[in-house]
Design a protein around this ligand. Structure first.
Ligand code: PHE
Length: 339
């Protein structure tokens, strides 16, 4: 019995010494100390041992068990440490290596200018509204004093969806929408996409307009002029001046076209302003009383001003962009310049 125990213990210690991985150690542990491991089984043989020899033998078995256990723990810890070190080495990331870098996106120039415009007009008490791009003929034309078959429709080359719907040609459509559902005082600006069948270096079939509308008691051309002067100084520069020239729009009466002093040459005359010192930027006027009445606002009590301009045009002047197409082509070489 004692020899058997010794030879088991020796075999166990040899296997432990030979173990190369922590999995080997686990297998050895099961083989000798597990429920039906060799050292555990020897205890069962105890029944065949004379009673008086049992305590001494029991002690020997326990000692052998303890020796094997200690050897397993020691070698196991050693192997686990080695394995962990190997794993960490294999998973190591070389943080000194250059990455490709993450390219930062930037706001589109039209977004930048639109946000700035909203900021300027919010500072003068205007709210912001948006409306549909597929618009009914009623709001885009009729309520703006442009009846069907009226020659003034030729001012805008319209994309018709069908007889009654168009791709809106002007954010002015929102003037009609807002006036038909609200009571004065009204102060609102409307940024948005508009569409016209027009295509050259300064015209794109899709472009962005910025509309303004104020309706209240005693609104005059002086209010329009003051509002637009503030806008021009803020969006261009403090020394910017504006001038109003008589013009015609069916929905404003009187109507004006508004020029600003050229922000490139500050009025001296250059390529951008074609030597005149002035750049035309918008259409505006006093809301035609007929439009107020059609939209359900009493023109005897109230008056208003309205203006509209292209956000694209402001961005082109602001950043010296020569062709409106650049704003719609999504060419990264162009857009990355606005970082
Ligand atoms: N809607 C006009 C255009 O697109 C501009 C405008 C707006 C004129 C408001 C007067 C008042 O040309």
């Amino acid at each position: 019995m004692k020899e058997k125990l010794d030879s088991i213990k020796c075999a166990a210690l040899e296997s432990i010494a030979a173990a190369r991985t922590s999995a080997d150690i686990a297998a050895v542990r099961v083989k000798y100390l597990g429920k039906s491991g060799e050292i555990s089984l020897i205890m069962r043989d105890m029944a065949n041992v004379p009673k008086d020899e049992r305590p001494a033998l029991g002690k020997m078995v326990n000692e052998a068990r303890g020796d094997v256990e200690r050897a397993l723990d020691e070698k196991g810890a050693e192997l686990e440490a080695q394995e962990k070190a190997a794993r960490l080495k294999a998973e190591a990331i070389d943080i000194t290596l250059d990455s490709d870098g993450h390219k930062l996106g930037s706001l589109h120039p039209l977004t930048k200018v639109r946000r700035e415009l909203i900021d300027i007009f919010a500072g003068m008490g205007f709210k912001v509204a948006e409306g549909p791009e597929i618009e009914s003929d009623l709001y885009n034309f009729q309520l703006l004093n442009i009846p069907k078959d009226h020659p003034s429709r030729d001012m805008q080359d319209t994309f018709y969806v069908n007889d009654n719907f168009v791709l809106r040609t002007q954010t002015s459509a929102m003037q009609a929408r807002i006036m038909t559902v609200s009571e004065p005082p009204i102060r609102v600006v409307i940024p948005g996409k508009v569409y016209r069948s027009d295509d050259d270096a300064s015209h794109s079939p899709i472009f962005n307009q910025f509309e303004g509308l104020a309706v209240d008691k005693h609104i005059t051309m002086g209010d329009l002029q003051g509002c637009l002067t503030t806008f021009a100084k803020k969006i261009f520069s403090e020394d910017t001046k504006i001038r109003l020239r008589p013009s015609y729009f069916p929905f404003t009466e009187p109507s004006v076209e508004v020029d600003v002093t050229c922000s490139m040459c500050h009025g001296k005359g250059c390529r951008v302003c074609k030597g005149t010192g002035w750049v035309e930027i918008l259409g505006a006027g006093i809301v035609n009383p007929a439009v107020l009445d059609m939209c359900g606002i009493d023109s005897k009590q109230y008056s208003g001003f309205a203006f509209g301009f292209g956000i694209d045009r402001i961005a082109m002047i602001r950043y010296g962009i020569p062709n409106i197409k650049l704003l719609y082509e999504n060419d990264m070489r162009f857009l990355a310049q606005f970082n």
